[in-house]
Design a protein around this ligand. Structure first.
Ligand code: NI
Length: 224
């Protein structure tokens, strides 16, 4: 499931993120890439322990916890603290797949879902689309500042070369309570349908059973 979640950050807050990131010290993005990805990765990142990355990352996690669409779609169990990257003119990240586990302190987080939080206005740069392969086809994304793209971490993806301007983004991974993409997508569909039924026919007695099915599936498929 590829899902765009608009307005995770308000436009004004996305602008203040950009402003703070402008004056930060950036490092070579290859530091966090695996041996194969290092060959195709050419961007910059804030170090994981950079105080600004920690501050902005914490803010993103706070907002996501309260974002109903994100919680329903991702069913998050653990989230890798967000990182930030910068692609200036000529920078790119070729075809790759994200590592299956990310170390967080002494622990590991399984990367079921990848997320990119777009921060730069699309008109500020050319190129720089996030391109996600989906079987034989591919889809390109260039979202508004503050919008989030959620996509299966199992997908091969790339960032097209930036040919003008600068592209800033936050990115992170989610270990979901429900490992399988298909099961998670079904639960998201069911949750959305239940929400609408709860609004339109809140007194229908079968609603309780339907809700029970949702939660019993979570018990069946979920892990904690
Ligand atoms: Ni990636």
């Amino acid at each position: 499931m590829l899902l765009t979640i608009p307005g995770v950050l308000e436009a004004q807050e996305a602008a203040s993120f950009r402003q703070a990131l402008e004056s930060a010290e950036w490092s070579d993005g290859r530091a966090t890439a695996g041996y194969l990805s290092q060959r195709v990765k050419d961007n910059e990142q804030l170090r994981e322990d950079h105080p600004l990355a920690q501050k902005l990352g914490t803010r993103i996690l706070d907002l996501l916890e309260r974002n109903q669409t994100f919680v329903s779609a991702a069913l998050p169990l653990k989230i890798v603290p967000p990182l930030f990257n910068r692609y200036q003119t000529g920078k790119t990240y070729g075809r790759h797949i994200d590592g299956g586990m990310r170390p967080v302190g002494p622990h590991r987080v399984r990367t079921d879902l990848s997320a990119t939080l777009f921060l730069s206005p699309p008109e500020n740069y050319d190129g720089g689309e996030l391109i996600v392969e989906d079987g034989a086809s591919e889809r390109a994304f260039k979202l508004k500042p503050g919008d989030l793209l959620l996509y299966p971490a199992t997908s091969v993806h790339r960032v097209a070369p930036v040919t003008r301007g600068e592209r800033l983004a936050g990115f992170f991974w989610i270990q979901s309570m429900v490992r399988g993409n298909e099961q998670r997508a079904l639960l998201f569909q069911l949750d959305n349908a239940l929400r609408l039924l709860g609004r339109d026919v809140p007194d229908h007695p079968s609603l309780v059973e339907m809700m029970g099915i949702y939660h019993n599936l979570i018990r069946q498929w979920g892990e904690s």
